[in-house]
Every structure is written in C-alpha cells, then in structure tokens.
Design a binder for this molecule. Structure first.
Ligand SMILES: Cc1cc2nc3c(=O)[nH]c(=O)nc-3n(C[C@H](O)[C@H](O)[C@H](O)COP(=O)(O)OP(=O)(O)OC[C@H]3O[C@@H](n4cnc5c(N)ncnc54)[C@H](O)[C@@H]3O)c2cc1C
Length: 380
C-alpha cells in the first residue's frame, strides 16, 4: 500500500507511527507545507489517553523524559488559592498515568526523528485532489503522486477538507489566548501541578514543562482579529492581570516579548462527514476543539491509533473510514461540546459562580468516573 498523510503536526506524525507499527511494509509518505517542521514556542499537556497510545507506539518513555509529570490540575481564584482542594487524583488513569507537560517543538522532534526521514516531504503544500476508482491523485506545490489512500491531518484550516466539504466553518469562541515559556523559578509547591486561575473574563494557566521551563497561557474575552503592539504587549498583559497573584505577573515579565504567541481561539463547527472516497480527515482537520480540556492533540493521537487498528480489521479503505468515523464521533463530539461550554462558563461571572459551586458539591468520585471514560482507549 502507498499512503499519503497530509500535515506533519502531532496528528500526522503519530498517524505515521501507528501505520508503520501495524503495517511495516507499507510506503507511508508525510507531506508538510512548511519548509521546516513548525517549532511552535509553547507547551502542551498530554493526558493519559494520549500517553497510552504513545506508549503503545514506543515513544512514550522518551516523551515522558523530555517533559514534566504533572500530578494534578487545580482551578484557582486569581490569587492562586484553589477553589476546591481535591483529595483524589482526578487526572490519573487506572494504570497510574498522569498528565505530562512538554515543549511542543520537543514533542514534534521526538515524533519526527523516529520516522524514516526520506518519507517526510517538507515544502509540500497539498494543492489538488483527484479521486479515481481505487486510488487518489495528489498535487503538491513541488511534486505529485498517486496513492492507495490519503489521511489528511492538515489542521483546523485544512485544505484537504475543502475537497470533501467546500463549506465548513470555524466558530470563534470570543476569546483570545497568549502563550509563552518562562524560565522563572517557581516555588516548589507549584512545580508539579498545572494551575488555571480564573478572574473576571480572564484566565491564566501555568504548567511546568521541564525542570527549568514554565509554560503559561493567558486568555481574555475580546473580538477576533486583534493585534498586539510588541512595544507595549508585556505592559498590556500586566495591566490585564493586575489583580492576579504576583507570580503570574512575574511569569509575563520574565518571558521575552518576541516569544509571546497570540491566537484567537476557535473550533470547527461540526461537519457532517469526515471522509470521501479514499480520503479521510483526522485530528483538527476533522474535529478541532477549543483548548479548555487540553484534549485537541490528545484526540488527534487517539485518531492515529484507531485508524490503524481499524485498517487491521478492514482492508478496504472506504469501509475502514466509515467504521473509523462511527467509532470516534461520540467521544470527539463530547470533547468539543464540553470544552466549548467550559470556555464560555469560565468567562461569565454568573456561570462561573455556578461552576465554582458545582466544583464544591459534585462528588469527586463522579468526576473521577467521567475522567476515566475520557482516558479510556479501547484495547490499551
Ligand atoms: C492555545 C491552545 C492550547 C492548546 N493546548 C492543548 C493541550 O494542552 N493539549 C492538547 O491535547 N491540545 C491542545 N491544543 C490543541 C492542539 O494544539 C491541536 O489540537 C493540535 O495541535 C492539532 O494537531 P493536528 O496535527 O491535527 O493539526 P496541526 O497542529 O494544525 O498540524 C497541521 C499540519 O498540517 C500542515 N498543513 C496545513 N495545510 C497543509 C497543506 N495544504 N499541505 C500540507 N501540509 C499542510 C501544517 O503546516 C501543520 O504542520 C491547544 C490549542 C491551542 C490553540
């Protein structure tokens, strides 16, 4: 089989690993439009569902070593005082896996370096797709080829998706996010957990991603398309978060301003189908979510695992894609919808009040059960 994967992001690279593990003789090519693998200067949280897959693919240990284990995630007030003290580890699965915080560029390098380098084609933007009876012709900016099937993991702005559905839409959450990495030394009690501090229409997250690096994110309700003025950005963020714990302001101050990233937070409106003929969408291309549960990439990693498992059982790609979508829909819909609601509630004073009250009264055992369902990966 000759397979094309579009996009060398977390989903595309993990998908290559998953296919090569189950089908070592297949010719699996990855096409990435960037001239270099994107070294996004931010951190990412990998939850137990993703770690189980990465362990199965043989890269879990290296990823754990390159990141920081986070024993818990705590929602706090602006002063970093927990809204509720948790007495059980909600973010630990049955096997004792907990969250790993890691630099995105490090994660991407680990995934890419352990794949056959001659099959990763950089500078190769997908431009055109022609469906034949039992193959697909692809045209890239610098080459073309014919493949038995195509797995498109080219992100929320997916070009591949436009050949399946011309009219998909992104949905702006009303929130903008800044991200940075600081080398500030945190007090010991903050070093092995992730924190998210909630204020009025504002949130600030902190997650250590190595012994010396702290990833932070700052979220604010505002219109889409806003731009930063680099000269005043740090002061603007300090003004926004002036009522927050001083550590938060120190994290902003200690991050080089050129390295602070800004993104409007959007997800993808639910699309009616993920596949056509011999091409199937995976990861953000199929079901981009807002980041409020830290599950976007984790779900892409799950996609990689499930598509390979289903292809083991069903060798006809079109039938396999139908089975794949059936298997994955319910869980990704739940993640996208829950994440959207959390994001809305976290920024509205009334719903924030109800959410805080709910945190206090909902039994931890119930939340733990829901997290176990989220972390379940069939067969692992
Ligand atoms: C602020 C923020 C914080 C987040 N935090 C977390 C977190 O803690 N945990 C988590 O699990 N998720 C998190 N996410 C979500 C996560 O970043 C995404 O879900 C994940 O990166 C999606 O990976 P992907 O490979 O599907 O898509 P992408 O990362 O978008 O990769 C797509 C790749 O395809 C390439 N490409 C695009 N078009 C073409 C083309 N036409 N031809 C060839 N190549 C193409 C792109 O260059 C890119 O390399 C966060 C997201 C945001 C915005």
């Amino acid at each position: 089989m000759k397979v094309a994967i579009i996009g060398a992001g977390i989903t595309g690279l993990t998908t290559a690993h998953a296919l090569l593990k189950e089908f070592p003789t297949w010719e699996v090519h990855i096409y990435e439009k960037s001239p270099v693998l994107n070294e996004v200067g931010a951190g990412i949280m990998l939850h137990p569902n993703a770690l189980k897959v990465l362990d199965y693919l043989g890269v879990g240990e290296t990823i754990r070593d390159a990141g920081q284990q986070l024993a818990k995630a705590v929602i706090t007030r602006a002063d970093l005082k927990p809204i509720k003290k948790s007495d059980i580890d909600l973010l630990t699965d049955k096997d004792g896996n907990t969250i790993i915080g890691i630099h995105r560029a490090r994660l991407q390098s680990i995934l890419a370096d352990s794949l056959p380098q001659q099959r990763i084609h950089l500078n190769s933007e997908l431009l055109d797709v022609i469906f034949n009876e039992s193959s697909v012709d692809l045209k890239f900016s610098t080459s073309k080829g014919t493949f038995d099937f195509v797995l498109a993991a080219d992100g929320i702005h997916s070009q591949a998706r436009s050949f399946i559905l011309p009219n998909s839409k992104k949905r702006y959450s009303g929130q903008t996010c800044w991200r940075g990495i600081s080398t500030l030394k945190l007090p010991e009690h903050l070093h092995h957990a992730a924190f998210e501090a909630w204020g009025n229409k504002l949130r600030f997250g902190i997650a250590p991603i190595s012994d010396t690096e702290i990833y932070w994110f700052a979220v604010h309700s505002e219109s889409a398309g806003g731009k930063d003025t680099k000269e005043t950005l740090q002061q603007d963020l300090l003004d926004l978060f002036h009522e927050f714990n001083p550590i938060i302001r120190e994290l902003i101050q200690s991050t080089p301003v050129q390295k602070i990233l800004r993104n409007d937070i959007s997800d993808l409106e639910r699309i009616p189908v993920w596949h056509k003929n011999r091409m199937c969408l995976l990861g953000d291309a199929a079901h981009a979510t807002t980041p409020n549960m830290g599950q976007g990439a984790c779900q892409g990693i799950e996609d990689a695992f499930y598509i390979a498992q289903i292809l083991l059982l069903e060798s006809n790609p079109e039938k396999a894609f139908t089975l794949f979508e059936k298997k994955r829909r319910e869980k990704v819909d739940m993640v996208v919808n829950t994440s959207w609601k959390i994001g809305k509630a976290a920024h509205q004073p009334v719903s924030q009040f109800f959410l805080r009250s709910a945190f206090k009264i909902i039994p931890q055992s119930l939340v733990k059960k829901q997290m176990e369902t989220l972390y379940e990966v069939e067969g692992l």
